[in-house]
Design a protein around this ligand. Structure first.
Ligand code: FES
Length: 286
């Protein structure tokens, strides 16, 4: 057999830091700006511990009869996603007192850990915050760190493996989102009777709930949950079909991550504005 004696092509030289001439830096800048803004706002709202439930505002005023002028004839039933599930209500009915800490501080740990360990989110914030590297075909800024690079095998990054368990907790959060959407379809009159209706807040809660569901059910871990641990898909056609559908959703997982993050924040902003009387919720009640 003839053996080629031609010299091997030289290995490509590493890219210099700024060889790319396009605007690759826009993505990391947007990621940092969005995440920092969201974390600051979420922390503020968690500590505020107020204006998250329109029905609480009605109760605080002694009912619509006594006049919560900014609600008008009907009071909407909106609960901020930052305070869901309503553990404050459960605690109060059990112990007849308010919780010592804001319920949101406890609740945000679940969606917070789920999002922080999300495979797509890791890709985004590793690039944006650690610049290791900040984008494809851009060299790491701190090349020296490569010697000690251990990926996600050591503490604290090894904790990212908890994502599959955070997934189970987020199922409960999604379930409560749908329950709050149903609640948002009912409006209370001065007598305390419920009437079916649709308000701007209902539509915002609907969009937030649908996008959160798309985000969760397009998760890589969920894809493994429904289709993994099978030697052959032919042995379980039902799981194969579910896996195909989750895979189709998974192709847009990053988009759902950002859209659901933005809508969960907007839903809270809207409910806060309505609860403080800064704006009036427009609704049609049947
Ligand atoms: Fe993103 Fe699971 S991989 S939520």
């Amino acid at each position: 057999m003839a053996v080629s004696t031609a010299p091997r092509p030289a290995a490509p030289k590493p890219l210099p830091n700024m060889q790319r001439q396009d605007t690759w830096w826009i993505e990391p800048v947007l990621v940092v700006a969005t995440l920092v803004l969201f974390i600051i706002y979420g922390t503020y709202r968690a500590f505020e511990n107020n204006f998250y439930d329109t029905m609480r505002i009605v109760e605080a005023h002694g009912g619509l009869k006594n006049g919560v002028a900014f609600f008008g004839t009907y009071a909407p039933h909106y609960l901020s996603p930052f305070y869901s599930p309503p553990i404050q209500d459960w605690y109060e009915s059990l112990f007849h007192s308010k919780m010592a800490v804001s319920p949101s501080l406890l609740l945000l740990a679940f969606p917070g850990s789920f999002r922080a360990t999300c495979y797509f989110a890791r890709r985004s914030y590793y690039r944006a915050f650690f610049w290791d590297p900040p984008a494809c075909a851009v060299r790491e800024i701190a090349q020296a760190r490569r010697k000690n690079y251990t990926g996600e095998r050591e503490f604290p990054f090894v904790l990212q493996n908890l994502h599959r368990y955070a997934l189970y907790a987020i199922f409960v959060v999604v379930l409560f989102h749908w329950m709050h959407l149903v609640q948002a379809l009912f409006f209370s009159d001065a007598e305390g009777k419920s009437h079916f209706g649709v308000g701007v807040g209902t539509l915002i809660v609907l969009v937030d709930t649908v996008l959160l569901s798309l985000y969760v059910f397009s998760c890589h871990s969920f894809r493994h949950l429904v289709g993994g641990v099978l030697n052959r898909f032919s042995s379980n056609k039902a799981r194969f079909n579910v896996w195909m559908n989750v895979s189709a959703l998974n192709a847009r997982h990053g988009l759902y991550f950002w859209l659901s993050l933005i809508t969960v924040g907007l839903a809270d902003v809207y409910i806060r504005l309505v609860s403080t009387g800064a704006i009036r919720d427009l609704h049609i009640v049947f």
